[in-house]
Design a protein around this ligand. Structure first.
Ligand code: SF4
Ligand code: SF4
Ligand code: SF4
Length: 227
């Protein structure tokens, strides 16, 4: 009898397409978008594989590893509904392929205030309950070139805004002898409150650039390993 050879690569892509379409259908959102555009996006494999999580664009607190997130999240939208600060948004089809309708937080638009309400209502296990001290949405990184306090000889400013707003100041965000901020990665939750509040972007020479950004944990670890 002739053996049928399966192309597992193509099968995987088909399964991914089916998953996204079903998720969108179940959540009732597929028909609120332009159908033709959605189908075109789903046909392009590069839209399916790439995670849209990047610097300052993070998953909500308690999120499982990004490699498994899209498989676990059922796109129910509850996390976004309960967030009292409206910090949680959902990716749309234009930017996210198979990650469409999964939640994210853009810390520069609205950070996470660690109330942990979203984690409590997630029905799928995509967000796992934990103490707020244990949250690891990302890790803050200070850009010493842009920070006005690290350049006080030039700016004449000794700003302590990030230190004042950090929920774990003194642990996650500390000041050195010269009052310059630095991060202890062991305690930083990646909530983004420091980046959101940073005033460095108002210093004319910085041209709107913040001096703190939040790196997703996986990217942070990869960079530390490479350097
Ligand atoms: S922990 Fe609270 S503030 Fe943060 S995203 Fe969840 S619901 Fe919003
Ligand atoms: S509550 Fe959980 S399953 Fe629902 S959209 Fe948010 S992360 Fe996904
Ligand atoms: S250093 Fe920034 S991101 Fe880290 S816990 Fe403090 S405010 Fe949140």
């Amino acid at each position: 009898m002739k053996k049928i050879k399966r192309n597992t690569k193509i099968d995987k892509k088909k399964r991914n397409l089916l998953k996204v379409t079903l998720s969108a259908f179940i959540s009732g959102t597929l028909f609120s978008c332009d159908k033709k555009e959605i189908l075109n996006k789903l046909k392009n494999p590069s839209n399916i594989a790439k995670s849209p999580i990047k610097v300052n664009i993070l998953r909500p607190p308690g999120a499982i590893d990004e490699r498994d997130f899209a498989k676990r999240c059922i796109r129910c939208g509850r996390c976004g509904e309960v967030c009292p600060y409206r910090s949680i948004k959902f990716f749309d089809i234009k930017e996210a392929g198979m990650f469409t309708f999964t939640p994210y937080i853009n810390v520069l638009e609205k950070p996470c205030y660690l109330c942990m309400k979203c984690v409590e209502v997630c029905p799928s296990g995509a967000l796992i309950p934990c103490e707020k001290e244990e949250v690891k949405m990302g890790i803050a990184v200070i850009d010493k070139v842009t920070c006005v306090t690290w350049n006080m000889h030039e700016t004449g400013m000794m700003c302590k805004t990030c230190f004042n707003v950090c929920p774990f100041s003194g642990k996650a965000l500390k000041l050195d002898l010269y009052m310059r901020p630095y991060i202890d990665e062991n305690y930083c939750t990646g909530c983004g409150i420091c980046a959101y509040s940073c005033i460095s972007d108002t210093y004319p020479k910085n041209k709107g650039k913040k001096a703190i950004y939040i790196m997703p944990v996986r990217i942070y670890k990869k960079r530390s390993k490479d350097t």
